[in-house]
Design a protein around this ligand. Structure first.
Ligand SMILES: *Cc1c(COP(=O)(O)O)cnc(C)c1O
Length: 338
């Protein structure tokens, strides 16, 4: 193919050939539109710009050794965008339209789908926001949906290596009855200050605690948390955590591997009982955790300098399903026909 150097991609923005848009006006969704511009028209008085009426999604497509292109659990992302839309009163996009827009964006950028050998994949970023003039505080009557794709490099350039996380009690990501369960930009804005400090202090991310009691594990910045103990996969249950599709898939895989799965509140103290811990999400599947530093209490929870056996097995299985080298028992992949 053309001279694309697949090795040069990290997670930074790369302009590809086309993106797909769709507008909601007069109570209905319009036709899908294709654009080669990466600029978008935003009304100066839009609710997306002023009041944070905005949500996004993130998913990936993978080219397998068989040459087939697979998108992972596209309908789960479509449903989650509907849930986020419902949560902040945006127009909900029908699942079929979401699917069609995502698949169209992939197909139009076929030459940007990294080959299997590169270890890279195609990241897909749908976004939806209120885009009608609305200065009084209420939901917009007009929305813009857009989806772009870009190649992203393998997350683990130096292998599947654990990194460090930190607990700070002076930052909250989401309030107990707030928008933590929705994939909205506002949660990210709230996490930036803590995340920035974590990076400056040498950590991968903040492990946020529940905002009310500071007693339970919430999530790791933009990823869910899990711990392993006694052949059990334990992940927090709470009404402030974004329901990660990767986490949901790992729970199923853990079960398929004969493990127990527990979704329940996890106290900070329980961090001492896990033999392995990790952060999970689309970007990395699993980022194994080396240690969690509770700076306020001078405690380090340590999980080893190498990734644990179970984390590695879960990671390999999920990646294998995505690339088509492990049987897709639960029909998670959509194969794109070109
Ligand atoms: C997107 C996201 C995740 C990961 O979800 P996946 O569906 O696994 O990619 C986790 N936490 C937050 C806050 C997120 O926004």
């Amino acid at each position: 193919m053309e001279n694309i150097n697949w090795k040069e991609f990290g997670f930074g923005y790369t302009k590809t050939d086309y993106n797909v848009r769709c507008h909601y006006r007069d109570g209905k969704w319009g036709e899908l539109e294709v654009s080669s511009s990466d600029q978008i028209n935003v009304h100066i008085a839009s609710t997306g710009l002023h009041y944070g009426q905005q949500a996004f999604e993130g998913l990936k497509a993978f080219k397998g050794p068989d040459g087939k292109v697979r998108v992972f659990r596209i309908d789960e992302n479509g449903k989650r965008l509907q849930s986020s839309s419902h949560g902040i009163m945006m127009a909900e996009m029908p699942l079929d339209l979401f699917r069609e827009a995502v698949i169209k964006a992939i197909k139009l950028n076929e030459r940007w789908i990294p080959p299997y050998e590169s270890g890279a994949s195609l990241y897909i970023r749908p976004v939806l926001f209120g885009n009608g003039a609305q200065v009084g505080v209420k939901a917009s009557e007009e929305y813009t949906f857009a989806v772009f794709v870009m190649p992203v490099g393998p997350y683990f350039k130096e292998g599947f290596k654990p990194t460090d996380y930190v607990i700070y009690r002076e930052y909250d990501r989401a309030a107990p009855q707030g928008t933590g369960i929705y994939k909205v930009g506002g949660n990210y804005a709230a996490s930036l200050r803590g995340g920035n400090r974590a990076h400056a202090e040498g950590f991968s991310a903040v492990l946020f605690l529940d905002a009310k009691e500071k007693k339970y594990i919430d999530e790791c910045g933009p990823a869910n948390f899990f711990g392993i103990k006694n052949n059990t996969y334990v992940t927090p249950k709470s009404n402030t955590i974004l329901p990660s599709i990767t986490n949901k898939s790992l729970c199923q895989i853990a079960e398929d591997l004969g493990m127990n799965v527990e979704r329940r509140p996890i106290t900070v103290d329980e961090l001492a009982d896990f033999s392995e811990a990790g952060a999970c999400g689309t970007a990395a599947v699993i980022s194994p955790i080396r240690k969690i530093v509770d700076a306020d209490n001078n405690i380090d929870y340590k999980y080893g300098d190498e990734a644990g056996e179970i984390s590695f097995k879960l990671y390999e299985t999920l990646r294998g399903i995505q690339y088509g080298t492990v049987e897709d028992k639960h029909n998670w992949n959509t194969i794109i026909e070109f």
